[in-house]
Design a protein around this ligand. Structure first.
Ligand code: CTP
Ligand code: CA
Length: 225
């Protein structure tokens, strides 16, 4: 259904959103990735734009069109996403990390296609940089909002990430339910900030994004005053 009104809650602000999966190369024809569709990050970008923000998406490989009047910077790996994030946060009031960043990447990227050999094979992996934590611990960080994808003890893990990554807010997703989250068109989340929490029942990612952006805009204003 059509949007009945446009709030101006983010008028004049710059918002940067990471979205989608990352791809970590194994060799010239193979990579490690995940099933993130990018839909939540792109829906948040549209909601932030509709709330009056200038919006940039730093996007891993997804099958989505660039939203109108939103800048999209395409990246593949977590390292590329970090580099783009460090550049874009310079001109950014609110940074939202919706990307499903691969936690590990192959220690070495083979220059040639790896040939099939024995019955088993191993690939050594090394931890990727934590993009959202890196941005949130800069000297003068933007207002940083993260996501937490959990299958159990959602509140405990989400609050842990809120604190350990130095975030202002975290949006927790229960990904144990296959009907919501990752690849779906709808989602239900709980947002944590300070000692507070707010539940959002299952709804379309677009409706949810409008509500999340209003909450983020409100907390941003409270935080800046
Ligand atoms: N994130 C990030 N860079 C990474 C890993 C995660 O910026 N290398 C961000 C995600 O975009 C999300 C938040 O951190 O906003 C939490 O991601 P999640 O995968 O839930 O948490 P992790 O810290 O990676 O911990 P784990 O996967 O072990 O639960
Ligand atoms: Ca992770």
């Amino acid at each position: 259904c059509a949007k009945l009104f446009t709030s101006n809650s983010l008028s004049g602000l710059d918002v940067v959103i990471t979205a989608g999966p990352t791809r970590e190369a194994i060799d010239p024809v193979r990579f490690i990735s995940n099933h993130s569709s990018g839909k939540m990050g792109y829906a948040l970008a549209e909601a932030a734009r509709d709330a009056g923000a200038r919006v940039t998406i730093i996007s891993g490989p997804v099958r989505l069109d660039a939203p109108e009047k939103v800048t999209v910077i395409q990246v593949e790996s977590a390292s590329e996403m970090l580099a783009a994030s460090l550049e874009q946060q310079k001109n950014c009031d609110i940074f939202i990390a919706a990307a499903a960043v691969a936690d590990y990447r192959p220690l070495q990227v083979a220059q040639q296609k790896i040939k099939k050999a024995g019955e088993q094979m191993q690939i050594a992996l090394v931890k990727n940089p934590d993009i959202v934590a890196t941005i949130a611990t800069l000297d003068t960080p933007p207002f940083v909002v993260g996501f937490a994808a959990e299958t159990q003890d959602v509140a405990t893990y989400a609050r842990g990430k809120l604190e350990s990554k130095n975030l202002k807010m975290i949006i927790a997703n229960d990904v144990s339910n296959a009907d919501i989250g990752f690849n779906s068109d709808s989602n239900s989340v709980t947002v944590f900030w300070g000692e507070n929490q707010q539940d959002f029942p299952r709804m379309s990612k677009s409706a949810l994004s409008n509500e999340l952006i209003e909450l983020i805009a409100h907390q941003y204003t409270v935080n800046s005053n």
